[in-house]
Design a binder for this molecule. Structure first.
Ligand SMILES: Cc1ncc(COP(=O)(O)O)c(C=O)c1O
Length: 723
């Protein structure tokens, strides 16, 4: 294939001298997002999936494509393939977990572990994941586990080793007498017999002979042998297989002189043998399963990398860039070829051949060897092609280099970060440093956001694994305005299940709170923006109940604040009345009347003529700790401008006066409607900005709409005294 056409086939082309991937200028992405960055192009994955599906379905309409997750486990890739109708091939419980986290139904997952552990079998059984075994001993262990959980017997298949393997490197050839995978022909009838005896009735069969096979004819011997083995099993045991799995292995043209694999030729081979054996045997109508990894995603991704050092020797030139084998291990591990091009169309060439090398402290850290390469200079960007399979998924922190970022592009849409770049704190993850002073020191990555001036420090459990921390202590220290990062408290953002996020929050005094209506907006906007949820309407589970979030715009969130509780004792107050309206109270020279409402946390609302002159420092804490409120209380002060507009101040339990409080505003709306002084929709002017609160006629639901903002992120050095 002509070179430019070959590039174009991978959605790469030079336009006015600049390299474009899809509709995006590669050097601009490098400039904006930093390097090294994996750039994943959605449309390339779509194209490859359609291409493969349209050919393979012609040989059997009863077929499915199980994407091999080991090639690329980015949740966005998994979700995209799920939406295209793909199923999934996983090789570990971890990969199955990632599929589930991407919202994939367990029925779409087939696990082919190698040397299955009992724990992995249990995980698969409990999660209704289909199981492909690869050793005779495993069927008994599986049977015991199925019995232990009184589970329905799952579909089971065995991986056959058809002796004939193929692949781009000995490490990726997965069939052959000296290869660890699968069950050889001499034992295969026996294992199916054992499965039948143990009561497994739904059976499939599987092969995967290797990876990176570019010549379709190389599959032939294995497929022929596979059908011979199938024939042997069927004629001895009279089994009708529910599926025949042909594994993956389809290669892609990494080198400019290579053409894409002839998928039609591959399909024809399978068709030929299936038809031949159908004439001899009752094969039934088994589903055909294919497990491509590389074919679907390799070409969908490039790495943009920056040249930092060019070193000239008498015999060759070293082009040093920031992508070492920690980021892309294939060249060092398999001697694989990845085509590398500058992001600018440069006509002249270096006067000697070059080695393109990374920064890893090993001589094997070579990305491209002996290349005739354009005349680049330090500071230029390069593009390492075809890195969407076994790229990020094989990357590491070796040499303590944080892993790269993954960026998502699709047509003209703005690029989206789908996996953030690791930082130095990531390198500390799971490490426990005990200092001699018995102080446990840990770097805590945090982000800071505010909703109408209610600023919290957030820990993102989607992104980071935090060690066991005393959150009460951390909240006190990190939220200190002078000695800490400073904020109205600490909030934990925790994955719960698909489209459900959990939040926990701690006040500046370390006490735990049920929920905060401003923090929840920040969580809503942030989780949506990060892709932690895949819909603009989702749920946040709080200690004060589950709240629905609706993302109305980039910084505008509507939250269902739930139902108010009006029973005095349940709020809780010491007043045994429902509702508690205009109850008199006095502290330190302040005399007022409060209306009590719980929005998952207790509130006392005061309607006053002028709130600007109130000295909350003097009375806030006394009201909070008044004996009327057994669990203390948030106090809200409302100045009515008209039935649809109020000024508002708040004293938050455990935190003091804050710039805004969403549950407080909700409680104030409910109190105002109860007292007949406010309508059901009211604009609140708070110290930190405006919020709109709405409630229905019978006061069973409150909705709040308002902004949120990301302030920044950083690392907090936390010292916890162990004594
Ligand atoms: C069981 C199994 N299926 C499918 C694949 C995918 O292979 P490829 O990416 O070459 O299509 C692999 C890769 O090693 C595998 O082990």
């Amino acid at each position: 294939m002509e070179y430019l056409k070959w590039l174009k086939n991978k959605d790469l082309e030079y336009r006015d001298g600049e390299l474009f991937f899809g509709e995006h200028c590669v050097s601009s992405l490098g400039e904006k997002f930093g390097t090294p960055t994996f750039i994943i192009n959605e449309s390339t994955i779509r194209k490859r999936y359609d291409e493969l599906h349209s050919i393979l379905k012609t040989i059997n309409s009863n077929m499915q494509i199980n994407f091999a997750v080991k090639a690329n486990n980015n949740l966005h890739v998994l979700r995209l393939l799920d939406s295209l109708g793909g199923h999934f091939d996983v090789v570990s419980s971890g990969e199955a977990f990632l599929c589930k986290a991407a919202g994939i139904q367990p029925g779409k997952i087939l696990q082919t572990s190698n040397n299955w552990t009992d724990e992995e079998l249990e995980y698969a059984v409990k999660n209704h994941i289909s199981i492909n075994l690869d050793a005779p001993s495993q069927i008994h262990r599986l049977n015991n586990i199925v019995n232990k959980y009184d589970a329905e017997k799952p579909i089971v298949s065995f991986r056959v080793n058809p002796i004939f393997g193929a692949g781009h490197h000995s490490h990726t050839i997965t069939a052959g007498e000296h290869v660890k995978f699968g069950i050889l022909e001499d034992k295969i009838v026996e294992v199916y017999k054992q499965a039948l005896n143990a009561g497994f009735k739904r059976l499939g069969i599987h092969i995967h002979i290797g990876s990176g096979i570019l010549n379709a004819a190389e599959f032939e011997k294995a497929i022929q042998k596979y059908y011979n083995i199938i024939q042997k099993i069927i004629s001895e045991l009279d089994i009708i297989f529910e599926f025949i799995d042909f594994g993956g292995g389809l290669g892609i043209p990494y080198k400019p002189d290579q053409d894409p694999i002839n998928v039609q030729g591959y399909a024809n081979l399978i068709k030929k043998y299936h038809e031949e054996f159908t004439r001899k045997l009752n094969l039934g109508n088994p589903k055909f399963i294919f497990e491509p990894g590389r074919f679907l995603t390799a070409e969908s991704c490039i790495i943009v990398s920056k040249i930092n050092t060019i070193k000239k020797r008498s015999n060759k030139i070293f082009i040093g860039c920031d992508t070492g084998f920690n980021t892309l291990i294939r060249p060092a591990f398999y001697g694989s070829y990845h085509h590398i091009i500058p992001t600018q169309d440069i006509e002249s060439y270096m006067d000697k051949n070059v080695d393109i090398v990374g920064q890893i402290c090993e001589s094997g850290d070579v990305l491209g060897r002996d290349r005739h390469f354009p005349q680049v200079k330090e500071g230029d960007y390069i593009c390492i092609m075809d890195t969407g399979a076994y790229g990020y998924s094989m990357s590491s922190n070796y040499n303590a280099r944080p892993r790269a970022m993954e960026l998502w592009i699709h047509n003209n849409q703005p690029p989206k970060i789908v996996r953030t770049r690791e930082n130095f704190t990531s390198l500390l993850e799971n490490q426990v440093i005990s200092l001699p002073s018995e102080v446990f020191t840990q770097s805590i990555p945090f982000i800071k956001m505010h909703g109408t001036g209610n600023d919290y420090i957030y820990l993102d459990f989607f992104k980071y694994t935090y060690p066991e921390i005393n959150y009460f202590d951390l909240a006190r220290k990190i939220s200190h305005r002078r000695f800490g990062v400073g904020g109205d408290g600490l909030v934990l953002i925790i994955p719960k299940s698909t489209n459900v996020v959990r939040m926990r929050m701690f006040n500046t005094d370390g006490s735990e709170s049920e929920m905060c209506g401003n923090a929840i907006r920040c969580i809503g906007g942030y989780c949506y923006g990060q892709g932690y949820v895949n819909t603009s309407e989702f749920f946040v589970e709080t200690e004060g109940g589950i709240k629905k979030i609706i993302v109305l715009g980039p910084n505008k969130i509507r939250v269902n604040m739930g139902s108010p509780i009006l029973e005095g004792l349940k709020i809780p107050t010491s007043v045994d009345r429902t509702p508690v309206i205009d109850h008199e109270i006095s502290v330190n020279g302040f005399s007022g009347k409060f209306t009590a409402v719980s929005m998952g946390n207790p509130h006392a609302v005061y309607f006053l003529n002028d709130i600007s002159s109130l000295n909350l420092e003097k009375i806030g804490s006394l009201l909070e700790h008044h004996p009327f409120f057994p669990e203390r209380v948030n106090s809200e002060f409302v100045e009515i401008l008209n039935r649809n507009e109020v000024n508002f101040r708040v004293w938050e339990r455990g935190s003091g006066e804050t710039w805004a409080c969403g549950t407080g505003a909700s409680a104030a709306l409910v109190a105002g409607v109860l007292k007949g002084v406010l309508d059901n929709k009211v604009l609140f002017h708070l110290k930190g900005g405006d919020l709109t609160l709405e409630t229905n006629e019978d006061l069973t639901e409150v909705w709040k709409t308002g902004p949120w903002e990301f302030i920044g992120e950083g690392m907090y050095r936390y010292s916890q005294n162990l004594s």
